[in-house]
Ligand binder design. Sequence first.
Ligand code: NAD
Length: 324
Amino acid sequence: MKKSVLVTGAGGFIGSHLVKKLKQEGCWVRGVDLKSPLFSKPAADDFIIGDLRDPQLCKKVVDQPFDEVFQLAADMGGAGFVFTGENDADIMHNSALINLNMLEVCVKNKVKRIFYSSSACMYPEHNQMDPDNPNCSEDSAYPANPDSEYGWEKLFSERLYLAFNRNYGIEARIARYHNVFGPEGTWCGGREKAPAAVCRKVAEAKDGGEIEIWGDGLQTRSFLYIEECLEGTLRLTRSDFKGPVNIGSDEMIAINSLAKLVIEISGKKLSIKNISGPQGVRGRNSDNKLIGQKLGWKPSQSLRVGIEKTYSWIKEQVEKNAKD
Ligand code: NAD
C-alpha cells in the first residue's frame, strides 16, 4: 500500500518542494494551503485550497489516519515581516490556531506521525548578541527569550506538540529550521528572506551600481539549501528521535559577505551601501552536534552551491518581470 501523507502549507516554499520529493518516493500526497504554489503546478494527488484556522476545514482535510503529516503552514516572512512589530498579533494568532486545530483533528483521526517546523527564531536573544559566537544549541532554549513574537509562537507550539505526544500518544517530530533558501521561494513583495532579497537586488542592479543591505552588514547567519532541509526533515520524521533539533547549516557568514558572494557569482561590479533596517539578532548559526549524534547525518553542502542555483533562478524571475 502506498504511504498516505498530508502536507499543510503545501503552497509555500518548503511545502511545495516537499510534496515533489514525497511524490518521487511514491507516496499518495494531499496538500493544503490558502494558495497554490506560486512557481510550479501542485504536484500533490489532491490539493485543497482552504484556511487551516477554520476547524471545519481541518476536519475535512484530515479525514483518514495518514501515515505522516507535515505541518508547515504558518503566517511568516523574513525580517521585513517578522521584526517590524506590525504583524505580531496576526503571526501569533494565525499560526497558533493552525497548530491547535491540526493536532486535535490528527489525534481524532489516529494520524501516526506529525512533523512540526519550528524555527531558530525561538532561541534566546541574549545568546545571540555576539555575531562571532552565537549559541544555538538545543539545550540553550530555556530560560526562553526569543526576540520576536514569531519565535514565541514557535516555542509555544513546540510545547503543544510535545504535550499531545505525551498525553495522546501521537508521534511528534520537531525541527528548528535555520534560514532555508532555494529556487521557488518568495523573492519579492516584503516576505522574502535575506538570501532571496540579496539575489534580487544584485540581479536588478546595473553593473557598476550599488545594492542596499540592512544594518551594518556585520550581523551573521547561516543558510540551508532546500534539498538538505528536505533530507533532514524526512530523516527526522522517520527516526525514533522526537527533537526539537536544529536543521540548519553551520557555515556562518556575515550579511555583507553573503552580498559579496552573490555579487561575485553574478559577475557584476557592485558596491554595498549599508542602510538602517530590521535585522533581528546579531548572530545566529546552527549547532549541529545533536543532529549528528541522533540521526548520524547533518547538512554539509557549501553555501556557494545553493546560492549559485538560487541566484540563477531569481535572475530569471527578474528578467521575466522586466519583460511583462
Ligand atoms: P511559506 O510562507 O512559503 O509557507 C507557509 C505556507 O503556509 C504559505 O504557503 C501560506 O499560504 C500557508 N498558510 C499560512 N496561513 C495559512 C492558513 N491559515 N491556512 C492554510 N495555509 C496557510 O514558508 P516556508 O518558508 O515554506 O516555511 C514553512 C514552515 O517552516 C513554516 O512553518 C515556517 O515558520 C518554518 N520555517 C521556515 C524557515 C525558512 O527559512 N523558510 C525557517 C524557520 C522555520
